[in-house]
Design a protein around this ligand. Sequence first.
Ligand code: CDP
Length: 228
Amino acid sequence: MDRSTIPVIAIDGPSASGKGTIAALVARELGFHYLDSGAIYRVTAYAALQAGLALEDEAALIDMARRMELRFEGGEVFLEGQAVGDAIRTEEAGRAASRIAVLPALRAALLERQRAFRQAPGLATDGRDMGTVVFPDARVKVFLTASAEERARRRYKQLIEKGFCANFDRILQDLQERDARDAAREAAPLQHAPDAVLIDTTGMTIDEVVRRVLELYRQAPAIPAPKA
Ligand code: CDP
């Protein structure tokens, strides 16, 4: 099936920049499907830890990633039928996700799972390489960011609201380490692609950011211009 005409809104950016919240709201507003690609890396890392696999053992991770049964339903993530939404949101799972995310063949093995989310009438997705690698023909590409302190504050608040323990300084340090690893890796590094619109959300409300992305979508040409 040719999915190339199904519109994709790709939102990339560093940890806790608000990409997930924005992409999910944009999807809801447009009646689009939503893919949280980070959840795929988090689940893979979580499953690896559960299975006692070494996070550097790429062949074993690929084998596991190919076989794992993963389902997204009603905002929850199911791994082999078990709800793991909370378990994969811990800082430990995030750190493990960013460690396995450096492995190029593992990333390649996860590509099809992500592309399968491109279904009519459209897809809004967030991650690190949605506009650069997974959906290079996305209709709208956004690079969402905010200062590290602002992002750490948001992540802290999110964890506290969910009833987790949280330490602000530790979160800030973790974010900075994860940003550095995500940006420095060779495979699909976190980067502001030249064709992505930069939105710095420091001091912006969620609603303002959502409206800006919707505006970009409405202004985008339906068919990508041919490459010169
Ligand atoms: O919520 P947060 O932005 O902290 O993380 P996430 O989006 O859930 O992603 C967790 C980790 O998965 C990131 O630190 C990246 O290393 C990796 N990741 C990736 O490499 N590529 C993606 N498209 C999404 C996530």
